[in-house]
Design a protein around this ligand. Structure first.
Ligand code: NAD
Length: 435
């Protein structure tokens, strides 16, 4: 559980392969909390590796008639508290260590909120933007079929992540339903969450991660007596998480002064309208060259004057250089694992608050749980009910983390893991190891 990562130079590079081992970084974070709570070494050893790591090579017919081989992953980290749960990512840099880290973070997210799920993650190594819709559908259905009983409504429940969305989840669900047998067909609808509404999704699921971030920011602002109305923020990544977050924060009076994605970065001190930017994005596929703002470099983006910064792109984007550039008061981590441990140290020393990923972006898994429950009970909850439940849960968990951080004199990230590890430890203590 030690990091071999060299953050300063590597954080600038765009390839994940150059960025150190994400799983080692995740374990380093967990290890710090395990020391604080004096975690039982047996439990520490169990959690140091995923339970199952599945790699599947499968063929897909492309639109030109050729067949191409793809590599798919499903990592099941832990199911002590409930079925494995976690996203499916389609990305050209997908790799096993990344999946292992993301799966572990899911275990801690569910345990932190005390929802009856474990942790898993998976996906396919593919540049999803280069696939036609038909190719994406064939790839999804073939991958789902190849996964077979390695996923299931009470065993392992996928959800959307980078490069996947509600449509991909519906293809997964439909493929799984079609081999389930007539009697079970509708009962297995909850094999995936994050579906479109008409196909069994929950109201409020697509905005849930962004909204969960906003609820955390509101709790922080309340504690700090900070007025969100009129404050400024920047966002890295303008996909599902980043765009919803930007919309919801803007509705609360905050002003987006900078944003960036894989295509480039833009800024406007007068504010960028997230709704108009989303319309522009729908045509161009990137925020770059949007007329309502000036083009800036990545370095300039990280150096922008703002109150809040929300990383909502990929992992390990905040290295030592970025930590020294950032001028914000708060970083609320929308992305999973955006910050190198070395960078976090610098930021905390500089007095920048960090709401860590496992807490900040957990709104998605919380509402996924609500979707799974609605499917299980054949219910449909109103949007306001989903939002109300999410608001209460995020606020309660945020305050529990804050209290733990104060009580144990640790940072928020360590406090998150302390709470989650204590729940997992208790479950292992009660159940023991079979046989
Ligand atoms: P998405 O695919 O909808 O969006 C990803 C965004 O990141 C896009 O705007 C893309 O252009 C940008 N991006 C990609 N590479 C980049 C680079 N090198 N530099 C700058 N920007 C880059 O994905 P999403 O669902 O919004 O997920 C974003 C992050 O949030 C991921 O870390 C994901 O694991 C995490 N997350 C997502 C959810 C969810 O419910 N979708 C839940 C929890 C955590």
């Amino acid at each position: 559980m030690s990091s071999t990562n060299k953050a300063p130079e590597k954080a600038k590079k765009s390839s994940l392969k150059d960025r150190g081992n994400l799983f080692e970084i995740a374990m380093q974070q967990v290890s710090k909390a395990a020391d604080v709570i004096k975690l039982d070494p047996k439990v520490r050893n169990i959690l140091a590796q995923p339970k199952n790591e599945l790699i599947i090579n499968f063929p897909v017919q492309m639109d030109d008639g050729s067949w191409k081989m793809f590599k798919g992953y499903r990592v099941q980290h832990n199911n002590m508290l409930g079925p494995y749960k976690g996203g499916m990512r389609y990305h050209h840099e997908a790799n096993l260590d990344e999946m292992k880290a993301l799966a572990a973070w899911m275990t801690y997210k569910s345990a932190l909120h005390d929802i009856p799920f474990g942790g898993g993650k998976g996906g396919v190594k593919v540049a999803s933007g280069e696939l036609s819709m038909r190719e994406k559908e064939r790839l999804t259905r073939r991958f789902t079929h190849a996964l077979g009983n390695n996923i299931g409504p009470e065993w392992d429940i996928p959800a959307p992540d980078v490069g996947t969305d509600g449509q991909v989840m519906v293809w997964m669900m439909d493929t799984y339903m079609n081999v389930a047998g007539y009697n079970d067909k509708n009962a297995v609808r909850r094999v995936v969450t994050g579906k479109t509404i008409i196909s069994g999704g929950s109201h409020g699921r697509s905005e849930a991660t962004g909204l969960g971030l906003v609820y955390c920011i509101e709790e922080w602002a309340r504690d700090k007596k900070f007025n969100l109305d009129g404050c400024t923020f920047t966002v890295q990544g303008f996909g599902n998480v980043g765009s919803h977050l930007a919309n919801l924060l803007t509705k609360r009076g905050a002003v987006m002064v900078g944003v960036g994605d894989h295509g480039g970065y833009i800024a406007n001190p007068e504010g960028i309208n997230p709704h108009k930017l989303l319309q522009y994005m729908a045509g161009k596929g990137t925020v770059a060259k949007y007329q309502g703002a000036a083009e800036i470099t990545r370095e300039q983006f990280f150096g922008l004057e703002c109150d809040l910064f929300v990383p909502a792109a990929l992992e390990l984007e905040i290295g030592v250089d970025e930590a020294n550039l950032l001028k914000c008061k708060l970083i609320c981590e929308g992305a999973n694992g955006p910050t190198y441990p070395e960078a976090e140290e610098i930021l905390l020393k500089r007095g920048v608050d960090i709401i860590p990923d496992v807490l900040a972006n957990s709104g998605g898994v919380v509402v996924s749980y609500y979707e799974w429950l609605q499917n299980k009970r054949s219910e449909r909850w109103e949007l306001e009910e989903v939002r109300g439940r999410l608001a209460k849960r995020m606020a309660t968990t945020y305050q529990a983390v804050r209290q733990c951080a104060l009580h144990r004199k640790v940072d928020m990230r360590t406090a998150v893991y302390c709470i989650a590890l204590e729940r997992l430890q208790q479950a292992y203590a009660e159940r023991g190891i079979f046989p």
